[in-house]
Design a protein around this ligand. Structure first.
Ligand SMILES: Nc1ncnc2c1ncn2[C@@H]1O[C@H](COP(=O)(O)OP(=O)(O)OP(=O)(O)O)[C@@H](O)[C@H]1O
Ligand SMILES: [Mg+2]
Length: 588
């Protein structure tokens, strides 16, 4: 992978998002230029109109009216440009935002189990949503604000200096103070709005956890406790928001005050100049200066805003790049071959595995599951059964040893072809909040309705589905909550029938069932595993009695292997497990 070698700087990566939208960006900048030009030219035009055509002794109104007409026209153009900047400029922002969101979402799809083990859903969601808002504010307003401010500021200063350099310098002298003042107030505003954001994030997290844990809260009648917990967050929000308004109030009134005082200062200073140095300054000049004050102060305000946007936007973009730079730990090796479909002989050779450095979950596992045979994994909870199953489709890579399918090391074939040949019914079944039909179709996206129904019949879920209010179109709740445990399992089995892979992994597929449903599922699974290489885990040992081989594992590795009869005769760990279950479930 050459991805590691090419990591341009953050700013260059940021700029690269404009690449696909250069036309729109150029239009935005062009209109921004016109806006600044009008702001710079208009006051001087007004001054000339007053000086030349409204002076005492002017004979005709015509040229003055023409100039007024031109001024109106200029402002019409300015208004159109301002519309374009607001509309298309924001649309440009939205394009960039969606490009970034597409990239981060696609990248998240590439990252493996180990990444999701360590990440929190809420945080990842924020990376894809709120963080991007700050980035896009900068992407859209940043260049435009910087551009308009610089042009207007420099332009107004030059114009004012041309009219009266003394007064212009006096104004310039106030700029550092004003900048310091604005930056101080904006910083306050920024700090308080960050506090507001944090408290909103806290409230969101509280709501999310309370909603997903609502059933637990009710079971323990802890609703009051939840409300109290929530109210604490809500109160924090009141404090944060009022601090924010306080800062906003100071900023707004400070800015107004500053601009007005500046006008008064100009008035005073200009008055003195008019009185003391007749000829150097006229009242028309004064009028124009007053007009310029706004175009002089607003860039300062915008500049301060830009700095803040830059800090927040870049921080958001850095968080974005952090995820984009997280390399998938599991990927196709260069030159990986397609795993041709396969007889399905699986072989574990000296496989060890640990999730984190240090604690080994699987130790030195040697195991072979020949084509078409069924091997059952049993053992204590936490013994590593699910982990072992997750190594075959390469959800995680082995730490030592190797796994082969039909003699091919699974690290040397493409992930797509490997996973395409494996059907896995996971221990905790996940259904999407969509219709049952769509959930089954997840097994093979191009399946027809008939094939879906056939798969549902094979998984013995068809009868349950047609009894539901909307049949196959019944929408299951989030994570499939409106279905029973057994129904969810059968939907996930139907997916595998549809996928029709040569290798089958069943993790606890029959643990949540009553005996009638269990019988249904067992027969569905027997049908499913016919002719397929099958690795099955079940806590209810009765369901794996017919397996060709039973493997007992715990954290020290494989402790026993053989078929049911041999293991029972041996009288070891398997017999102990079996006897304990017979006591529990009253088996024979
Ligand atoms: N994603 C993970 N990250 C770190 N450790 C994990 C992870 N998943 C499981 N473990 C640890 O690995 C060990 C084996 O877990 P595993 O889920 O494979 O057990 P199991 O045999 O399937 O248990 P059960 O019968 O309860 O399903 C456990 O000690 C568990 O704490
Ligand atoms: Mg498990």
């Amino acid at each position: 992978m050459d991805r590691k070698n090419k990591k341009p700087g953050v700013i260059r990566r940021f700029i690269s998002y404009y690449r696909g939208h250069m036309k729109l960006f150029a239009l935005d900048m062009f209109c921004a230029l016109i806006i600044s030009a009008v702001d710079v030219i208009y006051p001087i035009m007004a001054r000339n109109a007053l000086n030349d055509y409204v002076a005492p002794g002017a004979e005709t109104l015509r040229p003055f009216l023409i100039l007024i007409g031109a001024a109106i026209l200029m402002h019409v153009v300015r208004a159109i440009c301002s519309y374009i900047v607001t509309y298309w400029g924001h649309v440009l922002g939205v394009y960039i935002e969606t490009d970034m969101r597409h990239d981060i979402f696609s990248h998240l799809q590439k990252l493996g189990f180990s990444f999701y083990d360590k990440s929190r859903t809420g945080k990842l969601m924020a990376r894809c949503t709120t963080d991007l808002f700050d980035v896009v504010e900068l992407a859209h307003h940043g260049p435009e604000d910087l551009f308009i401010s610089t042009v207007t500021f420099v332009g107004s200063f030059i114009m004012m200096a041309l009219i009266n350099w003394r007064l212009a310098l006096m104004l310039m002298a106030t700029v550092p103070f004003m900048l310091a003042f604005v930056m101080y107030l904006r910083k306050q505003l920024n700090l308080t709005s960050r506090k507001v954001k944090e408290s909103v994030a806290g409230i969101n997290a509280d709501i999310e956890s309370a909603i997903s844990g609502a059933r637990v809260a009710k079971a323990f009648t802890n609703e009051e406790h939840e409300i109290e917990k929530f109210d604490r967050g809500n109160e924090k929000y009141i404090t944060a928001k009022s601090m924010n308004y306080k800062a906003m109030g100071r900023f707004m009134c400070g800015m107004e005050f500053f601009t007005t005082i500046l006008k008064v200062l100009v008035l005073g200073f200009a008055g003195i100049l008019i009185i003391k140095q007749r000829g150097h300054m006229t009242s028309n000049d004064l009028f124009v200066f007053l007009l310029y004050i706004t175009s002089f102060t607003s860039p300062i305000r915008k500049l301060a805003m830009f700095m803040e946007q830059y800090t927040a936007g870049m921080a958001g973009f850095r968080r974005f790049t952090e995820i984009m730079d997280t390399e998938p730990t599991i990927f196709d090796e260069p030159g990986a071959a397609e795993l041709e479909c396969v007889r399905g002989d699986i072989e574990f050779k000296g496989v060890s595995f640990s999730y984190d450095e240090g604690r080994r979950v699987l130790k030195n596992i040697d195991l072979s599951i020949p084509h078409g045979k069924t091997v059952a994994l049993v053992g204590p909870s936490g013994g590593g059964k699910t982990t072992l199953c997750h190594l075959i489709p390469r959800f995680y890579d082995v730490s030592e040893g190797s796994i082969t399918i039909d003699g091919h090391d699974i690290r040397e074939v493409t992930l797509r072809s490997l996973r395409g040949n494996i059907g896995i019914v996971q221990q905790d079944v996940f259904l999407f909040a969509a219709s049952i039909k769509e959930n089954i179709r997840y097994g093979r996206l191009d399946a027809t309705d008939e094939e879906i129904i056939a798969a549902a019949k094979a998984a013995e879920i068809h009868d349950d589905i047609i009894r539901m209010p909307d049949g196959y179109d019944t929408v299951v709740g989030e994570r499939g909550i409106t279905l029973s445990g057994g129904q969810k399992q059968r939907v996930s089995i139907a997916r595998i029938f549809l996928k029709n892979p040569p290798i089958l992994i069943l993790d606890e597929a029959t643990s949540a069932l009553d005996s009638a449903t269990e019988a249904k599922i067992t027969s569905a699974l027997e049908r499913l595993s016919e002719g397929r290489t099958t690795l099955v885990i079940a806590h209810r040992l009765s369901t794996v009695r017919n397996a060709d081989e039973i493997i007992v594992i715990d954290s020290s590795g494989i402790i026993e292997r053989g078929d049911h009869r041999t293991l029972m005769e041996k009288g070891g760990a398997y017999k102990l497990l079996n006897d304990a279950q017979n006591l529990l479930y009253g088996g024979e």
